[in-house]
Design a protein around this ligand. Structure first.
Ligand code: GAP
Length: 479
């Protein structure tokens, strides 16, 4: 099977790059974290895990709409990274791996954060997250004491045991990144999928990190889901491919409606680089609390394949037939979290607007202007009122649309209130069935979430009308 050309195609994408020491102050924000967290809880998008027991820090549950949002984030990523490409294949490797994987990868030795303990209140903190106070002293954020222990390296991997014996021979780790599955399976996947370098392996899956201070809602969690792709290239072409993937990933966010002014790409300073990295950039999003990492795009060199070749004794080099050369491919890795990415999409979409009321006044409307591909519910079916003359037709419209998209049927309460509810969860289209529909024109009113403009559309044309609009926006619509 053929591969992509050895060097990336030309691209013309205007990426906003900033220096490693760029200011992280976020400035005024349209969406506050409190407003987004409150909306997520109220509408059952995201809430605390084990809430009835007081919650578990760093763990969150995604309700019906949140689960659909996550599905859509994953689908949008897989569509762009796998489905629309000839040079990337998918993988689902297991969470539990041979413990020697994590020795080879450097995680047992180096996947640590500096931990300090307050001698006064015994709380624990990440040393590199503590800000000096006005007198320049580093103090405990809980009690203000300056009596902190010296930082010690704390390994973030969760440990567990396979089988009934809890001893070191049975010890395994919950993976802290999905990436190692792609490296360990590199030769198997390359052979089975008959790919030539350059090609990529992509996967979406859970990872676990025992973060010292999980915080900012779903920004830093202990159980996360990652979307990672390892793109294997010939050494010497890696820098061009690194730039190419930075541009591709930039365009992905813009295509999904993220406002360019809230996104930037920051180069890592040399001393910031991970142990495996030759060069890394962070995609940073302007979260309400600060500019902070959304995604990393790293040039991992041949670190991982070399380590696994040495530690496993299995040669993971690649024979390039065209060049009659054998080499260990270099790797470009775009890596992001579903949770963090969902948070950025929610914040970016959150708007508070003035909207006219039916009685001629103005009302405050909260609207999630999510890209239709990300919106949990694509279409809401809203009979004008719960009336037996309207119900059968409204149900028929609902049955017509259900096989195509996730829909919601709602006939409870005033129509204006129902529109607001759909606006808050980001539903792009509301379809209203009224008396004219059943008595006269067999047509419905379709309301657009963003413009609030209304169109009268014949029921038999409705699937085509919606398909066209949703497909134009990149939301996948069954063929
Ligand atoms: N394989 C490379 C890797 O794992 P990373 O920068 O540690 O690199 C990649 O993680 C992405 O995973 C981050 O940019 C972020 O989106 C997400 N991520 C990492 N740790 C996270 C956490 N504790 N909570 C939420 N997302 C996290």
């Amino acid at each position: 099977m053929g591969g992509a050309p050895d060097l990336p195609p030309d691209f013309d994408v205007d990426v906003h790059r900033v220096a490693p020491d760029a200011d992280t102050t976020a400035g005024p924000h349209e969406a506050s974290m409190e407003a987004v967290v409150e909306l997520c809880k109220r509408r059952g998008i995201i809430f605390q895990s084990s809430e009835i027991y007081g919650g578990l820090r760093g763990a969150w549950d995604y309700g019906p709409l949140g689960a659909a949002l996550r599905d859509n984030v994953r689908a949008a990523w897989k569509r762009s990274m796998i489905q629309l490409r000839d040079d990337v294949v998918g993988l689902e490797s297991s969470i539990l791996m041979h413990p020697r994987v994590w020795e080879a990868s450097g995680h047992v030795e180096g996947f640590t954060d500096p931990l300090v303990e307050c001698r006064s209140c015994n709380t624990r903190h990440r040393a590199d997250h503590l800000e000096p106070d006005a007198q320049g002293r580093v103090t405990c954020p809980n009690c203000g004491s300056a009596e902190l222990t010296e930082p010690k390296a704390f390994n973030l991997m969760f440990r567990t045991y396979v089988g009934p014996t809890e001893d070191t021979a049975a010890q395994v780790w919950l993976r802290p990144e999905t990436a190692q599955g792609m490296f360990v399976d590199f030769a198997l996947v390359q052979l089975a999928s008959r790919r030539k370098v350059p090609f990529g392996i992509a996967q979406v899956g859970k990872s676990f990190r025992n973060e010292i201070t999980p915080r900012n809602f779903i920004f830093r969690v202990r159980e996360l889901e990652q979307m990672e792709m390892e793109y294997f290239v010939r050494p010497g072409t890696d820098e061009q491919w690194h730039e190419y993937w930075i541009a591709q990933r930039w365009q992905w966010y813009l295509d999904l409606g993220v406002r360019a002014e809230n996104l930037r790409v920051r180069d890592h300073a040399k001393e910031e680089l991970s142990h495996y990295s030759k060069a890394t950039v962070d995609f940073e999003y302007r979260f309400p609390f600060a500019w902070n990492e959304l995604e990393g795009v790293a040039n991992r060199g041949d670190f991982d394949l070399r380590q696994h070749s040495e530690h496993s004794g299995r040669d993971l080099s690649y024979y390039d037939q065209e060049r009659d050369e054998r080499y260990l491919p270099y790797v470009i890795e775009p890596a992001l979290g579903v949770d963090r990415c969902a948070l950025a999409f929610l914040i970016d979409a959150y708007r508070e607007e003035q909207a006219p009321t039916a009685k001629g006044g103005v009302d405050r409307r909260v609207v999630l202007k999510l890209h239709p591909a990300l919106a949990p519910v694509k279409v809401a079916i809203l009979p004008l009122s719960r009336n037996e003359a309207l119900t059968p037709t409204a149900r028929r419209v609902s049955d017509l649309l259900k096989p195509r998209y996730l829909t919601q049927y709602d006939d409870a309460g005033a129509i204006g209130r129902r529109y607001r509810r759909q606006d808050e969860i980001g539903t792009p289209y509301c379809v209203t069935v009224d008396f004219q529909t059943v008595e006269d024109d067999a047509a419905v009113t379709v309301r657009d979430r963003d413009s609030m403009a209304q169109d009268r559309v014949a029921i038999d044309r409705l699937p085509g009308y919606l398909d066209e609009r949703l497909a134009l926006s990149g939301a996948s619509v069954p063929g």
